[in-house]
Design a protein around this ligand. Structure first.
Ligand code: IPD
Ligand code: CA
Ligand code: CA
Ligand code: CA
Length: 256
């Protein structure tokens, strides 16, 4: 099956999952905490991941899964086809705002990224694609963003990192036109893909950065750990992405 056909298949699952999430607004949410007071998980996070895995298994029973919820957050072996799932990215926003959250999936083959899917459900903004197919936003090809410098645009940041001035993030923020903290990695990586941000810095797990990462790399943007190492799929990392110019500037300031 070629990549365009896989895109059509996965898009169908994601739209269906989005409808289920919207329908759930009428129901009482079950909310639990994970590592602390602000680390939330709901029954909809878990149900959405289960729903997507059911679709993946019907599509390819040999595919492997790396997903944030339900104890599926580790994978020893990334050979073959791997789907990486963040069923609701921005759970806090989902619970408190009922907007600004994304459904996200990435497809890897033998450890190499192939396709990414990031759907901002309430904005109905869906970016998907990869290097081979190009990137699309709601069916229209996305043009690679202009290579702007840090001083020419907005930078997305993780709130805690910014408050603590980790990796000189406050200095980076001062040079930019402004700092935005949306609490949703998918939101930020859509904005970076569409030229609404010049850079994004946060502490992220593979399911937070892999789906949007496929898109931004296909669009000629750059990403790595904050100290310039390649991103693996193993653990949480301090993530830096941007236009080449803004990325270079952030990397230099962060490591100064
Ligand atoms: C979180 C969001 C947030 C980022 C956190 C993630 P979740 O994802 O992407 O923007 O700062 O590190 O954990 O838990 O809501 O899927
Ligand atoms: Ca979470
Ligand atoms: Ca996430
Ligand atoms: Ca999540």
């Amino acid at each position: 099956m070629n990549q365009l056909a896989i895109i059509e298949e996965v898009k169908g699952w994601v739209y269906e999952a989005g409808e289920k999430i919207k329908a759930s607004f009428d129901d009482q949410l079950e909310i639990d905490t994970k590592s602390g007071r602000t680390d939330l998980v709901t029954d909809m996070d878990k149900a959405t991941q289960d729903f997507l895995i059911e679709k993946i298994m019907a599509f390819d029973p040999s595919a492997k899964i790396l997903g944030e919820e339900n104890g599926q957050d580790h994978l020893q072996d990334v050979s073959g086809r791997v789907f990486i799932i963040d069923p609701i990215d921005g759970t806090m926003n989902f619970v408190l705002e009922q907007e600004n959250f994304c459904i996200m999936l990435a497809l890897y083959e033998d450890g190499v990224s192939q396709l990414g899917f990031v759907y901002n459900v309430m904005k109905d903004e869906f970016l998907y694609g990869g290097k081979e197919t190009g990137v699309f936003c709601n069916g229209k090809p996305v043009t690679p963003p202009v290579n702007k410098s840090l001083s020419e645009g907005l930078v997305g940041m993780n709130q805690v990192m910014f408050q603590r001035n980790d990796w000189h993030t406050q200095e980076i923020g001062k040079i930019a036109m402004g700092v935005r903290m949306t609490g949703c990695a998918g939101y930020e990586l859509i904005d970076l893909s569409l030229g609404r941000r010049v850079a994004y810095i946060s502490r992220l797990a593979p399911w937070d950065y892999a789906p949007g990462g496929v898109l931004i790399e296909a669009l000629g943007l750059t990403m790595s750990t904050i100290d310039g190492r390649a991103l693996g799929l193993e653990e949480r990392e301090i993530f830096l992405a941007g236009t080449q110019k803004a990325y270079d500037e952030c990397l230099e300031i962060a490591n100064s």
